[in-house]
Write a protein that binds this ligand. Structure first.
Ligand code: BES
Ligand code: MN
Ligand code: ZN
Length: 498
């Protein structure tokens, strides 16, 4: 689907008209209503359509307009319609028209009193429509014509300035799409090496500097935790580092994002049950979000210095696999007793976090990981869990979550060496990789904290419940959400570029 900004509504386009709460027709809707001899208003009455936020009403072949289709779109209280609300409205447009119309146009003419400027409203509506329209049909060879997306063009009409406002948002959408693609592709297609290849092809042309560590380099550096996870797989691991510096200052202190990239998680020798194991193809959702965010930031030329690091492994149980009870030495020098090989994400992140801090000396570190099933028990699929060692960073991330729709809920994090840490004390090593069942997401976060250097502001986002959705949402189809890309983009825009 292509977004356009034509001055006029094309003759063959489905016409999308906004209606505020209590049936308040927009000027464009009023004009269409009178051209149709009042047919639009009659249809609204007959359908009891009052302009409630997100409601839609399709009117086919209305008289006097020469179009096959008019879509009324409920705006709710105009003053309360902010950028995120317009994204959700855009999602409704895509949902209603994707399979039905080849062209559509939203007429903003004469609208005022919105919660954001009309240009922003139109740009965010277009973003929402693009996000909701994304699908991954690559392996579906028998789709019938009526099952295939038809909408090729969506025009925003009567909102001067919308094109410029949409330009950076389109780059953000590209980043979301990269993340969704990586998450959706199965593990026979996306494994550490192919993950690197796909991401490299997407971000290098945008000016992102890419560095990759292979197995031998990681061995030489002492990545015992990450390599222990990787050793049961025929697929070699990779560490992918991406740097974008849009500040013009080579010495600017970078902000670091680190992603868990387990391209498939069988559990290893502590193998998972068969039912639902296919979901573990998306155990690289954190790495996908980091890669997508780098693409978004470089694409829109963010004025910030940002480093993204992805720890990429496949967790498999072959004859070389690590055993429960094995002790490994991390890059940091700390030793870990691997009680459960299914608690592998924290092992991968331990080395990725420690190495990246040493390499880049960031002031702020945020990691994203599909780390624990326990966070899904705690929060369901609406919020990701956030653990932070700094209140100011936590507040900023929460605000970015609300603004972007990638919402976070803060969880408790204890002191280093405190009561929560005692739960992962080991008899034989510095720590073990699992605690008791209770508080499983917290002990996982505490484990990561042991690899965060003193003085570094750090947040861990457990996104196990938000990377993949069984049901479609306002701005995503069912499946991969791209969670984290817009969150990082917002966070960077509000706090590093402002
Ligand atoms: N990748 C899983 C976490 C997960 C579970 C993500 C379900 C999405 C849906 C992680 O590697 C894992 O297996 N965690 C274990 C930890 C346990 C062994 C302490 C879990 O949550 O059961
Ligand atoms: Mn696991
Ligand atoms: Zn995992």
């Amino acid at each position: 689907m292509k977004v356009g900004f034509e001055g006029k509504v094309a003759a063959d386009a489905a016409l999308v008209l906004l209606v505020a709460a209590d049936a308040g027709m927009s000027p464009a809707a009023e004009a269409a209503d009178s051209a149709s001899g009042g047919q639009i208003g009659r249809a609204m009455k007959a359908a009891n359509f009052t302009g409630k936020k997100g409601a839609t009403l399709e009117i086919l072949a209305p008289q006097g307009l020469g179009r096959d289709r008019v879509l009324l779109l409920g705006l709710g209280e105009p003053g309360k319609a902010d950028a995120l609300a317009f994204e959700e409205l855009g999602g409704k447009v895509a949902e209603a028209l994707l399979l039905k119309a080849s062209a559509a146009a939203v007429d903003f003419s004469g609208l005022s009193g919105l919660g954001v400027a009309p240009a922003e409203a139109a740009a965010h509506l277009a973003l929402g429509a693009c996000l909701r329209a994304w699908r991954h049909d690559r392996y579906r060879t028998t789709l019938k014509d009526h099952e295939k997306p038809k909408l090729e063009r969506l025009d925003m009409v009567g909102a001067p300035g919308a094109e410029a406002a949409f330009a950076p948002l389109e780059k953000v959408a590209d980043g979301v799409f990269l993340a969704r693609e990586l998450v959706t592709e199965p593990a026979n297609i996306i494994y550490p090496e192919s993950f690197v290849a796909r991401v490299r092809a997407a971000v290098e042309p945008l000016g992102v500097a890419v560095r990759v560590l292979d197995e031998a380099e990681m061995k030489a550096l002492g990545f015992g935790c990450l390599l222990g996870v990787a050793q049961g797989s025929a697929r070699p691991p990779r560490l992918l580092a991406m740097e974008w510096n849009g500040t013009g200052n080579a010495e600017a202190v970078p902000t670091l994002f680190v992603g868990k990239g387990v391209t498939f998680d069988t559990g290893g020798i502590s193998i998972k049950p068969a039912a639902g194991m296919e979901d573990m193809k998306w155990d690289m959702g954190g790495a996908a979000a980091v890669a997508g965010a780098m693409m978004a930031l470089a694409g829109r030329k963010a004025k910030a210095r940002v480093v993204g690091v992805c720890g990429l492994v496949e967790n498999m149980p072959d004859g070389g696999a690590q055993r429960p009870g094995d002790v490994v030495t991390s890059f940091s020098g700390q030793t870990v007793e691997v009680i459960n090989t299914d608690a592998e994400g924290r092992l991968v992140l331990a080395d990725a976090l420690a190495w990246a801090q040493k390499e880049w000396k960031p002031a702020v570190v945020v990691d994203l990981a599909t780390l624990t099933g326990a966070i899904i028990i705690a929060l369901g699929h609406e919020y990701a869990g956030m653990f932070a060692n700094d209140d100011d960073l936590a507040e900023r991330l929460l605000a970015a979550g609300e603004a972007s729709g990638d919402r976070l809920w803060r969880q408790p994090l204890g002191e280093k060496g405190g009561a929560y840490d005692k739960l992962t004390d080991s008899q034989i090593a510095d720590m073990k990789n699992v605690g008791p069942r209770e508080g499983g997401s917290i002990t996982a976060a505490q484990f990561l904290q042991r690899f965060i250097e003193d003085g570094v502001k750090w947040a861990h986002l457990d996104i196990a419940g938000t990377v993949w959705k069984a049901k479609a949402g306002p701005t995503h189809d069912k499946g991969a959400t791209g969670f984290g890309v817009r969150l990082i983009d917002r966070f960077v825009a509000a706090h590093l570029e402002a």
